[in-house]
Ligand binder design. Structure first.
Ligand SMILES: NC(=O)c1ccc[n+]([C@@H]2O[C@H](COP(=O)([O-])OP(=O)(O)OC[C@H]3O[C@@H](n4cnc5c(N)ncnc54)[C@H](OP(=O)(O)O)[C@@H]3O)[C@@H](O)[C@H]2O)c1
Length: 282
C-alpha cells in the first residue's frame, strides 16, 4: 500500500505521519511547501500513475473565524482544489481519503446527526467543506470522507491550547455552554481510517469520540484533569462573544456506522481527553 499525505504538518497530518511510520507503512508526507494542493500541475506530478494507492488529504483551510472574510482562499482550498485532486484519483484508481466537519450541520437537531441527515451549514467554513464533499462525490473517484468534530491534540491554535493560554492571562474563564459537540482526539483518527481502508470501506462516515458535551463542560473536565486549582471556569452564552462566524448549537454526530467496522472501540471523549493529557499531547 503506497500512501501520499497532503497537509502533513497540520494537526491530523502529523498523527497520520507518526502512526504510519510506527506501523512500518510506505508513505510520503507533503507539507504545504512541498505540495500546495492549489497547484493542479504539482498535483498531477505527485499523483502520477502508479505512484500511490491512497491519498490522505489532510490539507485544509481550518480557521473558522477568518474564513468569513477570507472566503476566496477558504473555498479554493476546501473545495476548488478537490476538483483536480479527485480527478487525479479517479484517473489513476487512487482511493481519496478526505476530511469534513460537523459544521456542515445547522445544529438544530435534538439527537446526534447521522450520515444521512441533511446538511445545512451556517458559516462559510462549513459551506466550503460541504462543497468539497459534493465535488468528491460527483467526481467518480473512490473516496472515504471522515466527518470530524472539535479535533484536539498537538495544535497551538486548538481549543485546549487556547485554554492553557487564557489561563495564563486570566483567573476566570468564560466558556460557551450552549455549543455542544464531541471533542475528538486527532490521535484516534488514523487508526479508524486504517481499519476502514483495510475493510475496503467507501463513502461518508462520522468519526468522533463518543458522547458529547458543551465547550464549557469540556473546559471544566480539561481543567480538572490538569489540576488547575486557581482557575475558575464559568458558563456563558455563545451570543456573549463577539465572533464573525456563527456556530451550530448542537452538532454531535453519531459514530455507530464507522464503529461497527473498527478493530477497537472508539473511546468516549473524556477518555480521549485523559489519554491526550497522559501523553502530553494536549
Ligand atoms: N480542527 C478541527 O477542529 C476540525 C474539526 C472538524 C474537521 N476538521 C477537518 O480535519 C482536517 C484536518 O484538520 P487539522 O485540524 O489537522 O487542520 P490544520 O492543523 O489546520 O492542518 C491543515 C494543514 O493544511 C495545510 N494547508 C493549508 N492550505 C494548504 C494548501 N493550499 N496546500 C497544502 N497544504 C495546505 C496547512 O498548512 P499551513 O499551516 O501552512 O497553513 C496545515 O498544515 C481538515 O479537513 C479539517 O477541515 C478539523
Amino acid at each position: 500500500m503506497k500512501i501520499a499525505i497532503s497537509g502533513v504538518s497540520g494537526q491530523l497530518g502529523s498523527f497520520f505521519s507518526s502512526q504510519l511510520k510506527d506501523a512500518g507503512e510506505f508513505f510520503d508526507g507533503y507539507s504545504r511547501e512541498d505540495w500546495n494542493i492549489l497547484s493542479e500541475k504539482d498535483s498531477e506530478k505527485i499523483l502520477a500513475a502508479g505512484k500511490y494507492d491512497i491519498l490522505i488529504n489532510c490539507a485544509a483551510y481550518t480557521d473558522v473565524e477568518k474564513a468569513e472574510t477570507d472566503q476566496r482562499s477558504c473555498i479554493d482550498i476546501n473545495a476548488c482544489a478537490l476538483k483536480h485532486l479527485s480527478e487525479q484519483c479517479r484517473k489513476h484508481g487512487i482511493l481519496l481519503v478526505h476530511f469534513s466537519t460537523d459544521y456542515i450541520f445547522d445544529g438544530m437537531s435534538q439527537k446526534p446527526y447521522q450520515e444521512t441527515d441533511k446538511p445545512n451549514p451556517i458559516n462559510f467554513y462549513g459551506a466550503s467543506k460541504l462543497e468539497g464533499e459534493k465535488i468528491i462525490q460527483a467526481s467518480g473517484c473512490r473516496y472515504l470522507i471522515g466527518r470530524l468534530s472539535w479535533l484536539f491534540g498537538g495544535k497551538d491554535s486548538g481549543f485546549t491550547s487556547k485554554l492553557q493560554k487564557w489561563r495564563d492571562e486570566h483567573n476566570v474563564l468564560k466558556i460557551a455552554s450552549d455549543e455542544v459537540s464531541a471533542p475528538t482526539f486527532a490521535g484516534h483518527v488514523p487508526n479508524v481510517i486504517l481499519s476502514a481502508v483495510e475493510k475496503n470501506l467507501e463513502g461518508i462516515f462520522h468519526i468522533n469520540n463518543g458522547g458529547g458535551c458543551s465547550r464549557y463542560e469540556w473546559a471544566r473536565y480539561f481543567a480538572e484533569q490538569n489540576n488547575w486549582a486557581n482557575t475558575i471556569i464559568k458558563p456563558a452564552l455563545m451570543s456573549s462573544f463577539k465572533t464573525q462566524a456563527r456556530r451550530p448549537g448542537f452538532s454531535v454526530m453519531c459514530n455507530k456506522k464507522i464503529q461497527a467496522i473498527c478493530r477497537k472501540p472508539i473511546p468516549e471523549w473524556k477518555l480521549a481527553v485523559k489519554e491526550s493529557i497522559q501523553k502530553n499531547i494536549q
